[in-house]
Design a protein around this ligand. Structure first.
Ligand code: SAM
Length: 291
């Protein structure tokens, strides 16, 4: 792939990316992870690239691109590039109507179903988990049912994200005031310790319920192993994908969801034009999908 070469200016500020270089890099990123940068996002990509180019001492976009594609070193740099270009905004208790429906209707329904066949194991996947707030929100809700609905049940909550930095933060389980801004007082008091002003440490019993690992949702081979989930959350992730990459990823979610399980997107998202196999299930303030 031929990149146009322009030197970094001497002060190290970002150089303008040419249309041709932008398109090549955009297509490369798209093929790796499904995230599609529309041309209106050219300046966003340019500024994120500038940081990586400075760290790696690259003289031009061509030079940087060559490094990203260079074997083992390149794959380490690719991870850093992906860490730089992904948007990781999240918080605890982000989608209350969804959580209410889950707690009052969808969870009891699944428990009744699985209980009948004697399979007392619940598997939940937060796909595109960012720093873990979504997965840990579920962990806290389920801990509240431990003595009743979920007595003697095995609970597995899995959080995955392409961004290694946020996966590290999820494993650590330490949050700031911004992350807990929507957390009801009851949960904040019970499951967090405010160690110092604005530093909230999650309790070990919550952390124990969830595990986190790096996973690219666009990697078909890895997606095949994500089996048998009762609830899959993929909220505010596919908004960065185009229709074709959304369809590919959603088909995996469809295959990996239990027949009676539920698939959740973010509040402003839908599968319209993406997948017509899922059935829409409405609840007050939103909707979810099942098979
Ligand atoms: C805006 S956050 C959403 C976090 C959380 N699901 C929520 O709704 O609060 C989007 C996350 O999706 C991740 N992501 C983007 N593309 C991905 C991919 N191809 N595979 C896995 N994760 C991806 C990003 O790294 C980011 O952490």
């Amino acid at each position: 792939m031929a990149f146009e070469t322009k030197a970094l200016d001497p002060k190290g500020s970002s150089q303008k990316i040419s249309d041709k270089d932008f398109e090549q890099l955009r297509d490369y990123i798209y093929n790796v992870c499904g995230i599609y940068f529309h041309s209106s996002k050219k300046y966003f990509l340019e500024s994120r690239l500038a940081r990586r180019m400075e760290s790696t001492g690259s003289k031009s976009h061509a030079d940087y691109f060559q490094q990203v594609r260079a074997g083992a070193t390149g794959s380490a740099e690719l991870k850093k590039l992906l860490d730089e270009i992904t948007t990781n905004e999240t918080c605890f208790f982000r989608n209350l109507p969804q959580l209410n429906a889950l707690e009052t209707k969808l969870l009891p329904e699944i428990i009744a179903h699985k209980g009948k066949i004697g399979f007392k194991k619940l598997r939940i996947w937060s796909a595109g988990s960012s720093s873990g707030e979504e997965a840990y929100t579920m962990a806290m809700l389920l801990l509240e049912k431990r003595a009743t609905l979920l007595k003697d049940w095995i609970i597995e909550i899995v959080g995955t994200d392409i961004n290694e930095t946020v996966i590290g933060q999820a494993k650590e389980g330490i949050y700031n005031s911004y992350s807990v801004r929507n957390t009801p007082d009851f949960y904040l008091k019970k499951y967090f310790k405010e160690e110092s002003a604005g530093r909230f440490v999650l309790s070990p019993e919550v952390k124990k319920l969830a595990s986190f690992s790096q996973l690219n949702l666009y990697d078909d081979n890895k997606m095949l192993f994500m089996k048998s989930f009762d609830f899959i959350f993929c909220a505010n992730v596919l908004i960065y994908f185009d229709t074709a990459s959304k369809s590919k990823v959603v088909q995996h979610f469809y295959n990996n969801l239990q027949p009676y399980g539920y698939f959740f997107l973010g509040q402003s998202e839908s599968l319209h034009g993406v997948n017509d196999k899922f059935r829409t299930v409405h609840f007050p303030g939103g909707f979810t999908y099942n098979k």
